[in-house]
Design a protein around this ligand. Structure first.
Ligand SMILES: [Zn+2]
Ligand SMILES: [Zn+2]
Length: 610
């Protein structure tokens, strides 16, 4: 048994998932889910019809239409959207695009052979579902027209929101692979190898077990838990090369903003709408229990109520009779809802937008962008929706009423991090950083878990001065690229000096991954007190982390006190801006190791962080 013990529940039932899915089967399944959603999900109802500027018309050939000027496009026509990975362009991999040069010919008609396999399959599916139009970003936005890109990309949230269905090529790395392909069963997510020689082949396909005299065979395969989990909880844990689409930053809002998405996952097809998730193997409803267990996520969703009966997530599956499974459900005290359901609850005011935002930022910050410049834009649709709902002031990825908590993002230490190329992004914004494990894959890896998971209490002396707090943006687009910003606070603060914890010997070279600390100046007669220091941008040179220099440590607050648990304090580490009295730049973050009283007698200073 050994290794199988870890796979709980060890045996469960599920529907058969064929290795290859056909257009016909997908269309039937999608129709059924769409009808179920239309008939019994009031939360998923469509808003007033509105068309994007351009669409791909797939009736009688394929061409790009301009919905504003072309005759014969009715404003209430349903259309679908596509979420896909562009992949890297190479001679072998050519992405079909609309450019200023090809706009005219694409409007006349695009020959079938010109479409990559993915686009061909998407067009077949759109037709099979009885729809005439599909929105594909690379074809409906003029890719080399900056003005068109700016105008259309800000409308992206509406484009996805108003579509009747979003088709997501979740398991495809680029458009060279079609939708109706052989799926990966066993998923490779778990390194499961059957020990009985010859019993099951290593590809872990579905196998048939039939005993003599039995009326019907039983099929056996590894569960699809992992494909279910990707629609739940925090994506950071679920990023997997098997579902490359989900690691792309742009897709984050495409998923959350669309009314409903049909995912072509690595191992099965999944449905995600504002009310529920469905899947081919039918066991996705159990994912909340699995996620909660696998994440070991105590407290992760403390602000989220257990799903109500209308969510369908708590209704016991009549077929789920295995005892183990029931026991498991009982032990899960806090439920994780699918991210999309949670976002809808936020949008309808039923869940805290600020808590949701910090979790969304954390997840988003670990997703890949091809262009660092897109970082604010690919989250703008969600920010705009939250602002429409709450009316809060947006500050380059932070919300004014969530200060000071939102300032406490902590840089992830496992990456080499640099200051973002755009120096207009204020240093207090998590967007001000960029790490690139490899070229064309910008992420900024910021964490908020320490404040979302354990609760946060601001220091009593801390004050946020709203009148001195602002952010300005390029082209006055308040969800676009920040050009300048300032946070004005009064807080207890103390001077210290940055030092390396280990290897602080002559000849040790800086490699961006040194352990740092700050020696806090305790008082005239006392020796300095070391506190841990996480530099925002470790990747550059010792001067970016201000090694051996004097820095100002500003106490923001501490972890919520719980019996028996320590309550570390959270500090921002600031460095004076040259030649500007009273202006400071954030250079890092500190979380004290234990309950600390370091700043009890510290002086309260007014600081403006830029
Ligand atoms: Zn629905
Ligand atoms: Zn499934």
């Amino acid at each position: 048994m050994g290794r199988y013990d870890e796979l709980s529940p060890p045996i469960g039932w599920a529907a058969h998932v064929p290795a290859v899915i056909t257009l016909d089967k997908v269309a039937k399944l999608a129709m059924k889910w769409m009808n179920d959603c239309d008939a019994s999900h009031p939360k998923c109802a469509a808003g007033p019809p509105k068309l994007p500027k351009r669409l791909v018309d797939v009736r009688d050939g394929v061409r790009v239409v301009d919905t504003f000027v072309d005759a014969g496009v009715f404003p209430d026509e349903p259309y679908m959207t596509l979420s896909h990975c562009w992949g890297r362009e190479s001679a072998a991999m050519y992405l079909l695009k609309t450019t200023q040069d090809t706009l005219y010919s694409n409007r006349q008609g695009i020959p079938w052979e010109a479409f990559p396999p993915l686009f061909q399959d998407v067009i077949k599916l759109v037709r099979a579902l009885g729809c005439r139009y599909v929105w594909i970003d690379s074809l409906c936005i003029i890719q080399d027209d900056q003005e068109d890109w700016m105008a259309e990309s800000v409308k992206m949230s509406e484009v996805y929101n108003n579509a009747v269905l979003n088709i997501a090529a979740t398991g495809m790395r680029n458009s060279s692979v079609g939708l109706f392909r052989r799926r990966i069963h066993g998923q490779g997510f778990r390194d499961l190898m059957p020990s009985g020689a010859g019993a099951v082949d290593h590809s872990l396909e579905t196998i048939e077990i039939q005993e003599a005299g039995e009326e019907s065979p039983i099929f056996s395969r590894v569960s699809h838990d992992r494909s279910h989990e990707v629609l739940y909880g925090d994506m950071e844990y679920f990023r997997t090369p098997m579902e490359p689409l989900l690691s792309r930053a742009w897709v984050f809002q495409e998923r959350l903003l669309s009314r409903r998405t049909l995912h072509f996952g690595a191992s099965e097809i999944l449905w995600e709408c504002r009310t529920d998730c469905f899947c081919e193997c039918t066991r996705i409803g159990d994912a909340h229990a699995l996620s909660a267990r696998n994440l070991n996520s105590e407290g992760l969703n403390q602000n989220v109520e257990a799903p109500g009966p209308e969510s369908g997530l708590l209704e016991e599956n009549p077929k789920a009779s295995d005892e183990f499974h029931r026991d498991n459900l009982k032990t899960v005290t806090r439920f994780i809802r699918p991210k999309k359901v949670l976002f809808f609850d936020v949008c309808s005011g039923r869940s805290s937008a600020l808590d949701f935002w910090l979790r969304a930022v954390e997840e988003y910050s670990f997703l890949y962008l091809s262009h660092e410049r897109d970082r604010p834009f690919a989250l703008a649709g969600i920010a705009e929706r939250i602002q429409r709902l709450t009316g809060h002031v947006y500050l380059a990825g932070l919300w004014l009423p969530d200060l000071p908590r939102a300032l406490l993002w902590s840089p992830c230490r496992s990456k080499k991090v640099f200051r973002a190329a755009n120096r207009g992004i204020p240093s207090w914004s998590w967007m001000a950083r960029n790490c690139f494990p490899h070229v064309q894959s910008s992420m900024c890896a910021a964490r908020y878990k320490h404040v979302t998971q354990y609760g946060f209490v601001p220091d009593l002396r801390l004050e946020v001065h709203a009148e001195g707090t602002f952010c300005r943006y390029e082209h006055d687009n308040s969800f676009g690229l920040p050009v300048a910003g300032q946070i004005h606070i009064s807080a207890a603060s103390c001077w210290g000096t940055v030092e390396m914890v280990t290897d602080n010997k002559p000849g040790v070279r800086w490699n961006g991954r040194k352990d740092l600390c700050i020696m806090l100046e305790a008082g005239d007669d006392e020796s300095p007190i070391p506190i841990p220091f996480l530099a925002d941008c470790q990747g550059e040179d010792p001067s970016t982390v201000r090694l051996s220099e004097r820095v100002l440590c500003v106490l923001i607050g501490s972890r919520e006190a719980k019996e028996g648990a320590s309550t570390p304090q959270y500090l921002l580490v600031l460095f004076p801006v040259d030649g500007h009295d009273g202006l400071w730049e954030r250079i890092g973050f500190s979380e004290t190791q234990d309950t600390a009283t370091l700043m009890d007698d510290a002086q309260v200073r007014e600081v403006k962080v830029v």
